[in-house]
Design a protein around this ligand. Structure first.
Ligand code: NAP
Ligand code: ZN
Ligand code: ZN
Length: 346
């Protein structure tokens, strides 16, 4: 089936309209008519080859929400008319210990990321959500609960789960002082989810004008990272920090905010390597960790949690013609707080 899409023809080139082929439905596949597709900073990193060699033409997009319009003969989890989502991967080896444990994002075999990847045959390129339809195995699709609008649900497929997973694993909850660094697509969902989990939430930002929004979204406190006095006063006061920053930053300044035995989890992936003074770690037995999206089951748990707590993303809906300018605005930290493409304009 030929469908419309937006693709980057080569690294760093502007995205332009194109057509791509979607496969015929296999027995466990569903066909999703895409309604909305979020713009993640990862799309930009990969579209510009900031993380190494990528596959072109590239149809980015791994925050997909839509309606099921056809199902394969053996599908049991979806029926026509259901609201379905697709996140950052569309297949994995299904056999390694991590896949078996529902941690497909850490698959030790071949994982098929939603775009800039290869299908299970390790040859056919995958194309993502900046398109009008996608064919996905039902076992790698999510059910979007009733009550969550498809536009505000789309960014949960990456931004939502990327924050929910470490907050859950490192025990965010009542009495836990959580810092979220960066109020962008990931950060604003981190604030909302950590607040809903009952944590005491501080948004740590390099943008002074974001304070009011941070508090409105659920933060209890706002810490401006350029305010030397405030940063000094906040030293050793956090139990957990989730760092979403997409650019190079001074890790020691942020690690120093952690209390004894506390952890900073990196989810932002800057192009350049970061450095850290060992002294910053040993001074309070601090830990530095990382976390990558979430597995299918945990992503479904996150969607159910968000539906239960009435949490969606704060979105700016755009036409496909605005994708290139939206990318520029994301780079300038100028988005409130996720761009979502209206797929009917593709
Ligand atoms: P985003 O919307 O651009 O948000 C990033 C935020 O970082 C900005 O809003 C800004 O917040 C802050 N920031 C940007 N430049 C900065 C600088 N020079 N110094 C300090 N702070 C800065 O991006 P996103 O879509 O949330 O993605 C964030 C990062 O996470 C990207 O690197 C992306 O690739 C990565 N990511 C990782 C995973 C994973 O599984 N680990 C999943 C998705 C995305 P303030 O203005 O508030 O400071
Ligand atoms: Zn993403
Ligand atoms: Zn695997």
């Amino acid at each position: 089936m030929k469908i419309s899409a937006y693709a980057a023809p080569s690294a760093g080139a502007p995205l332009e309209p194109t057509t791509i082929e979607r496969r015929d439905l296999r027995s466990h596949d569903i066909l999703i008519d895409i309604k909305f597709s979020g713009i993640c900073h990862t799309d930009i990193h990969q579209g510009r080859e900031e993380w190494g060699q990528a596959i072109f033409p590239m149809v980015p997009g791994h925050e997909i929400a839509g309606v099921v319009t056809d199902v394969g003969s053996a599908v049991t989890k979806f029926k026509v008319g259901d609201h379905a989502g697709v996140g950052c991967f569309v297949d994995s080896c299904r056999e390694c210990e991590h896949c078996k444990a529902g941690l497909e994002q850490y698959c030790q075999g071949h994982i098929s990321v939603t775009y800039n990847g290869r299908e299970a045959d390790k040859e056919t390129p995958t194309y993502g959500g900046y398109s009008t339809a996608i064919v996905v195995d039902e076992n790698y699709s999510l059910t979007i609960p009733a009550g969550l609008g498809l536009d505000v649900a789309a960014p949960l497929m990456c931004a939502g789960i990327t924050m929910y997973s470490p907050l859950h694993r490192w025990g965010a909850g009542p009495g836990v002082r959580v810092g979220i660094v960066g109020l962008g697509g990931l950060g604003h969902m981190g604030v909302k989810i950590a607040h809903a989990m009952g944590a005491d939430v501080t948004l740590i930002s390099h943008s002074p004008h974001k304070e009011a929004d941070a508090l409105r979204l659920g933060a209890d406190h706002f810490l401006l990272s350029s305010d030397k006095e405030a940063m000094k006063a906040a030293r050793s006061t956090f139990d957990l920090i989730i760092n979403t920053v997409s650019a190079k930053l001074d890790l020691d300044r942020y690690m120093s905010l952690l209390a004894l035995d506390a952890t900073m989890v990196m989810v932002g992936i800057p192009e350049e390597a970061l450095s850290l003074r060992t002294f910053t770690l040993i001074a309070a037995r601090r830990s530095l960790a990382g976390s990558n999206i979430g597995g299918i089951k945990e992503t479904q748990d996150m969607l159910d949690f968000c539906a239960e707590h009435g949490l969606g993303s704060d979105v700016e809906i755009i036409d496909a013609q605005e994708i290139n300018s939206a990318w520029e605005r994301v780079i300038n930290s100028d988005v409130k707080y996720r761009f979502v493409i209206d797929a009917s304009t593709i």
